[in-house]
Design a protein. Structure first.
Length: 256
């Protein structure tokens, strides 16, 4: 996380909603912070009428809104708009702004598939698994995915398996781990297939998967030992509070 910075403006009564990250923004400073720190998550269509109206009416910054409206038809309105907001928000120093501008330009220059991958990886890091899955799956549906190196496709499938596993959708996790294994049958992908098979279908599914993957006895035994070492968490205290914690974690990770 960044350092605390003093905000010069008030918090708005009505927030600006950024749907793809399930986030409410309450000030120009918060918007600047979001843009600067989560550039891959800033959608290309953010520079539009709803943002301009919010900046003008809720934030009391008609100057920024007018500047955005002036470039609304420009081809490079995305980069120009983000830089205008950052520059006018007076949240970062000029030196900091120049570095942020570079990151914006780098993000824009990426091919579509790589943009989606960076975005999905950041969602995974933020434990927004549902959003990460949507972006990873969009990559696999994108025209030209098969012109990408196998290692790239492997990582997408493996990360999809991890995302579904985090949501306890184990059948889908198994499917994507299996696809990853077909692309690159390494220790990591084989282990993921075996663990997902065990969690989804028990010992029988585990043995069938080990046979299908032609896993060595040594590798099989190592995975079994790791599974045996996993202990169920001890439940103490107020059970209702524990359940509430699970519910909060579920909503945080899924955005539902």
């Amino acid at each position: 996380m960044g350092n605390y910075l003093l905000c010069d403006t008030f918090a708005t009564k009505t927030p600006y909603r950024i749907d793809n990250v399930q986030m409410n923004i309450y000030s120009i400073e918060e918007l600047c912070y979001f843009i600067a720190n989560y550039i891959p998550l800033v959608q290309e269509d953010i520079i539009g009428g709803s943002l301009c109206r919010w900046i003008e009416k809720e934030c009391g910054r008609p100057d920024i809104a007018a500047g955005l409206n002036a470039i609304m038809e420009d081809e490079d309105k995305y980069a120009a708009g983000l830089k205008l907001i950052l520059r006018s928000g007076h949240y970062y120093t000029q030196t900091q702004l120049e570095k942020i501008y570079e990151k914006i330009d780098e993000q824009i220059a990426l091919p579509v598939i790589e943009k989606l991958k960076v975005r999905a990886d950041l969602f995974m890091k933020q434990k927004k698994y549902r959003q990460a899955i949507m972006n990873y799956e969009e990559i696999l549906e994108t025209r030209g995915i098969y012109s990408e190196p196998e290692d790239f496709r492997y990582k997408v499938c493996y990360d999809l398996g991890c995302g579904y596993a985090k949501l306890l959708r184990l059948s889908k996790a198994r499917s994507y781990f299996s696809k990853a294994c077909e692309l690159h049958s390494g220790v990591e992908s084989r282990k993921a297939c075996l663990v997902a098979a065990y969690l989804d279908g028990g010992a029988k599914a585990f043995e069938e998967e080990a046979k299908r993957l032609n896993v060595s006895d040594g590798e099989r035994s190592t995975v079994i030992l790791e599974l045996d070492a996993v202990q169920a968490p001890e439940i103490t205290g107020d059970l209702s509070e524990l359940v509430k914690g699970w519910v909060r974690n579920y909503h945080d990770s899924t955005g539902l």
